[in-house]
Design a protein around this ligand. Structure first.
Ligand code: PLP
Length: 382
């Protein structure tokens, strides 16, 4: 990768925060099994518990609310979604009610559950989310899943309203929230969401990849996916990813002390980038939502294929992503954009720019200039 690579694809991976890199190197971690009783193990254990404290503080956890470390948000989402088998008294078409634009790590486990007879209903991301969710729930529903912010559109959803409405009528339903994209880009606490479980991912906030956490109330009925050792209070067997967990803790510390400044910076970078792009490309279409992440722009240029733009920009050292997801080796239009009512052609022209919280204004300008250059060049060749 070129040294001057510009990461306009932070929702795919933020990039390791310099503070995280520096602090990781300073920890002198060499022995990596925190279950060992000797001093090597004890040192690793202490660092893991320190990291747990940092996540706890950032998310404002109280009382019996706990952090469980695991391999990432995919595992955390899988772990919760598969609980429908334990939470529902009998198979029904609406055992799970979930937002249609959830990440595949929520949607694909739902497909698996369907093969076992446990049905699910997908709710389009419409205006009145809590009413839509409520209208699909019944005593047979065991689980509701609603993400806090979408990775592609950047739209923020009213999770606390959904959770309150569902819990009021059906207190037995477990409400799950994928908070992956919201963490580090918006300010929220776990208690204010009113959900039972929340997933977060390390590499989306400047920590390493291959680590994430599930936040959970201690007495929630959750059976482990991985069986083996007693790690993470029997909820996640397997030797912990010590380096990853430590990096997640440090990233949470960094966010705890600088989140509002970072959110403000992302807002103004997004605003100036959008101004730059719209003045150079007047027919640029911006995907609008009631409330959106401060770092995400979902865009479309009529006649320009997003996959071609991704390649052209990569050659210029700028990483963006397109509105296509690679399914079975061939790019398919994104389920998110289709669920939002876009046509296949519009989805194929859609691309996403997502800014890391640590980006400088000069990088934004440099990246923006490359986007304009590539689009103009592609159009000139048509
Ligand atoms: N949920 C959302 C909203 C995401 O954007 C992602 C990653 O793209 C995931 C879950 C999966 O996260 P991880 O890479 O930690 O498995």
């Amino acid at each position: 990768m070129a040294k001057s690579f510009i990461n306009f694809d932070a929702n795919a991976s933020h990039g390791v925060l310099p503070e995280v890199e520096e602090a990781l190197l300073s920890k002198g971690l060499r022995y990596l099994n925190p279950s060992s009783v000797h001093q090597g193990g004890q040192y690793a254990r202490a660092l893991i518990e320190e990291a747990r404290e940092s996540v706890t503080r950032l998310l404002g956890l109280r009382g019996k609310q706990r952090v469980v470390f695991l391999s990432g948000a995919t595992e955390a989402n899988n772990l919760v979604i598969t609980q429908a088998l334990n939470l529902c008294s009998k198979p029904a078409p609406n055992n799970v009610v979930a937002l249609a634009v959830e990440h595949p790590s929520v949607l694909i486990p739902l497909e698996r559950l369907r093969t076992l007879g446990y049905g699910s209903v997908l709710i389009p991301p419409d205006e009145n989310l809590s009413e839509s969710f409520l209208s699909q729930c019944s005593p047979e529903t065991g689980l509701v899943a609603v993400m806090l912010a979408n990775n592609e559109s950047g739209e923020i959803f009213s999770v606390s309203e959904v959770a309150t409405a569902v819990k009021e009528r059906y207190p037995h339903i477990l409400v799950h929230c994928d908070g992956v994209q919201a963490l580090g880009r918006t300010s929220f606490s776990f208690p204010e969401l009113g959900v039972d479980t929340l997933t977060i991912s390390g590499h989306k906030i400047g920590a390493l990849s291959g680590v994430g956490a599930l936040v959970i109330e201690e007495d929630t009925l959750i059976k482990p996916l991985l069986l083996g050792g007693p790690q993470e209070k029997h909820l996640r067997a397997g030797t912990e990813n010590v380096l990853g967990i430590v990096s997640l803790g440090i990233a949470c510390e960094v966010l705890y002390s600088s989140l509002s400044r970072r959110i403000e910076a992302m807002h103004s970078m997004r605003k100036s980038l959008l101004k730059m792009l719209t003045s150079a490309i007047p027919d640029l279409v911006v995907l609008k939502s009631k409330e959106h992440l401060p770092n995400t722009l979902s865009l479309r240029v009529p006649g320009v294929l997003a996959d071609d733009l991704v390649v052209a920009l990569d050659l210029e050292g700028v990483g963006i992503s397109s509105g296509s997801a690679c399914a079975s080796g061939k790019p398919e239009p994104s389920h998110v954009l289709l669920a939002m009512g876009y046509t296949v052609d519009e989805a194929k022209q859609s691309f996403r720019i997502s800014l890391p919280s640590s980006m400088s204004f000069s990088e934004v300008e440099e990246g923006g200039a490359a986007v304009i250059r590539c689009i103009k060049r592609m159009r000139a060749h048509d």
